[in-house]
Design a protein. Structure first.
Length: 517
């Protein structure tokens, strides 16, 4: 069994987990560097994205979310593991490389120029009757996934980048055949494996308060089967959504405000969108149900249902019952939440406002919502079976957690939470962990039949004492048992903490070498 160590990790050492790693790699992991055994049922590619740098040409980034994306791919094939890492080669990154300095502001407060220069530029623009320009960078660092021959990396306010799945070479920005007319794609997507579709969304918020949201359903050849657009005032931010048979569900958060004066502050370098993310008591908190095309759904209009004032980045399991009522889990942040880089470790002020897993129940006919806290641990980054989201056959949430009394940070543990029974299993790690990703044992066909924990949980783990990263393979049925395998990296290096990952049953490397390494 994994041991619950109560001794806190050293903060200084933990911070080093964000250090830059400019080196790109490609190699087979020697069997000698794998503790335990890679299960034969684990076949496919684990992709993860995150900032590969915490400084650019000598300038320390204010927040990790401003760092250029570095994608890692771990390929599991016949008990062997291939590792590859590569930066997303965005035009912004290339321009800064040529200039040898930071050229673009970050959404989280990293600034290319000093406040006096920036304020002066805004003043000149205004005096000449022009709108001040804001050049936020697109680090494309938030998530990565494979669909229909492409690997896509995302950053929610911009277009995704397309990568070659075999080499991770960046092919360029991708508007998906012109479908992404709002020139953005949210970090999170969902898969409807029954229909063999990828569902993603775009959001574009206008200064007059109008927000345009678009949902798109693509088949395996990137043909857009469904596209819906709505203009919804107050929908100022969306990070993730729930996919249901009849609806797309999002949350109208009271934590993001948009106004002309705020945009001027951003342009002048006085603040940034990330730094302004905080609770506004005058903004509504609502769940928004957007009808999904192709269903005999009597509710053809957008439905809004009031709920408690919290912020939601991420959703877990979800389904509609036989009365069409909606049940789902989500990680909620209370009214104290903001995006302060907490102790230079966590992406938000987790020590003050930890995420908590809640269960929600929406009565679609009565337009009511109720919720209950499902677990007491400090959690974030819930993940589920990738091909069963929105189905009643999906019951398990896997959460990045701190399940140590008195410590909201760092995230060291993986909680497997059953939303039907509210029971839990916990893996207590020896380091600091990232988002757990579920890898189904039967690949694409696992969307129906059998249990939805028939597979493996893959986790990136940072060992702060050694300043090294390893990857953990857990048996999803028994995540509280010792790992099936610990993959230590050949080059004995760390990989900066990541954001989101995904698993595809496809592999993009040829068979492993027969000679023993
Ligand atoms: Fe996210």
């Amino acid at each position: 069994m994994s041991a619950k160590v109560r001794i806190p990790l050293d903060v200084q050492q933990l911070r080093r987990g964000w250090e830059s790693l400019e080196r790109e790699s490609s190699y087979w992991v020697p069997q000698a560097d794998i503790i335990g055994q890679i299960p034969r049922g684990l076949r496919g590619t684990f992709l993860r994205n995150g900032p590969g740098v915490n400084a650019v040409y000598g300038k320390r980034l204010k927040h990790p979310i401003d760092g250029d994306g570095m994608v890692c791919a771990l390929t599991f094939i016949d008990g062997r593991v291939h590792f590859r890492s590569k930066f997303v080669s965005s035009s912004h990154r290339r321009e800064e490389r040529d200039a040898g300095k930071v050229l673009y502001d970050g959404q989280m407060g990293t600034r290319a120029t000093g406040p006096v220069t920036q304020f002066g530029k805004v003043l000149v623009s205004l005096l000449s009757g022009k709108k001040p320009k804001i050049k936020f960078r697109n680090p494309s660092n938030t998530s990565v996934f494979y669909w229909g021959g492409k690997v896509l990396t995302t950053y929610e306010t911009n277009l995704p980048h397309c990568l070659d799945p075999y080499t991770l070479e960046t092919m360029g920005l991708d508007d998906l055949g012109g479908t992404l007319k709002l020139h953005a794609m949210a970090a999170h997507y969902r898969v409807d494996m029954k229909k063999k579709r990828l569902i993603c969304l775009s959001l574009r918020v206008r200064l007059n308060g109008a927000a345009e949201v678009g949902f798109y359903e693509f088949d395996e050849h990137w043909h857009c089967c469904n596209a819906v657009h709505h203009s919804i005032a107050g929908l100022n931010y969306i990070h993730d959504f729930v996919l249901l048979p009849q609806f797309y569900l999002v949350h109208m958060t009271p934590f993001v405000k948009v106004s002309t004066s705020l945009v001027l502050k951003w342009a002048a370098g006085i603040s940034s969108p990330g730094e302004e993310m905080r609770y506004h008591s005058d903004l509504p908190s609502k769940f928004v149900l957007i009808p999904r095309p192709g269903h005999s759904n009597p509710n053809s209009t957008v439905i809004m249902i009031n709920t408690e004032p919290f912020h939601i980045f991420h959703y877990g399991t979800a389904y509609q019952d036989r009365h069409d009522n909606i049940h789902f889990t989500a990680v909620c942040l209370d009214t104290n939440f903001n995006m302060t880089f907490d102790d230079e470790i966590a992406l938000s002020n987790v020590s003050v406002s930890p995420g908590r897993l809640f269960k929600f129940h929406i009565d679609v006919k009565q337009l009511t919502c109720s919720q209950e806290m499902a677990d007491l641990a400090s959690v974030e980054f819930p993940t589920v079976h990738p091909f069963r989201h929105g189905l009643s056959t999906s019951r398990y949430n896997y959460l990045m957690a701190s399940d140590r009394q008195g410590y909201n940070l760092p995230y060291r543990d993986v909680i497997k939470f059953d939303h039907l029974s509210s029971s839990r299993q916990v893996y207590y790690s020896h380091g600091s962990i990232g988002e757990p990703v579920f890898a189904p044992r039967h690949g694409y066909s696992s969307y129906e039949g059998g249990d939805d924990d028939d597979g493996y949980v893959l986790v990136q783990l940072y060992n702060p004492e050694l300043h090294r990263t390893e990857f953990i393979v857990l048996d999803a049925r028994h995540i509280d048992a010792d790992p099936c395998a610990r993959i230590c990296l050949k080059l004995k290096h760390h990989i900066p903490y990541g954001f989101h990952g995904s698993f595809t049953p496809d592999v993009f490397v040829s068979a492993p070498p027969t000679s023993k390494l």
